[in-house]
Ligand binder design. Sequence first.
Ligand code: 13P
Ligand code: SF4
Length: 308
Amino acid sequence: MGNILRENILKLKKEKNAIILAHLYEPDEIQEIADYVGDSYYLSEIARDCEEDLIIFCGVKFMGESAKVLSPHKTVILPALDAGCPMADMANPSDLEKKIKEYPDAFKVCYINSSYEVKALCDVSVTSSSALKIMKNIPNKQILFLPDKNLGGYISEFFPEKEFIQWEGFCPTHHQICDKDILKAKEEHPNAKVLTHPECTKEVRDLSDYIGSTSGIIKFATDCENDEFIISTEEGILYELQKQNPSKKFYFPGRVICPNMKKITLENLYDALCGKVPEVVLDENIRQKALVSLENMHRLGEMILCEN
Ligand code: 13P
Ligand code: SF4
């Protein structure tokens, strides 16, 4: 049954000139069938540059929205309409407008894990793989960072000369990982290196050998001579970690699952290709403002770093 479904997906994808993009937290079978798998930054670039007219985005709502912001003439479909991101929902435009009034001089930086309405009110979007680089290219002293207080806190450690106003948002999935779990895993695997996503708390980050995005974690594990790693992020990343490093061992502190990323199935992916799932539709006025924030992310993320 699974094989027939897979064949039908591939056949329909060709007929419809579609591309399938998947985030590294997606279920194994989704990552396996996707044309491109990666972190938020990489997928946003592929969505912007691909030639196909139909993008099936296997990820969560803010990812589908960002693809549509960047490629308004392409059809973008998120196979599970209810796959949201609770962290993105922690920042809404009306609260942000109030904050902006409070700090009129602040440069407004939003994590890509935010709605397009929030992006439309911000100067630049960042991802976990691009945030440090982008921040180096922002001359302003005062930074309003939202919605993730953990990524914001992590970045602020590199820029003591700047004043950060942090939003109180967080990722409920990454907050399940606590320092005790890491200490226990380190005790069980004393030779393992700890690789952590910046959405984890400071206590967890402080116990880590490497902090970076999903693709950064995979690259570090692949390039590193060590053969054992404790991975502090969502467990979907194991598929690509293991694929690239079949002989290395990866340990996860507990079962860390983002329920929204797991809402995409081969069945709803097929339905999306059949046109049974509505496409992402955005308000054009707001989209154009959100586009500025995402274009600034790509521009500043690709710029040669300014010297400090
Ligand atoms: P990455 O950009 O590191 O893939 O992170 C996306 C995300 O949602 C992490 O929770
Ligand atoms: Fe959002 Fe966290 Fe899921 Fe990433 S892992 S999509 S931040 S809830």
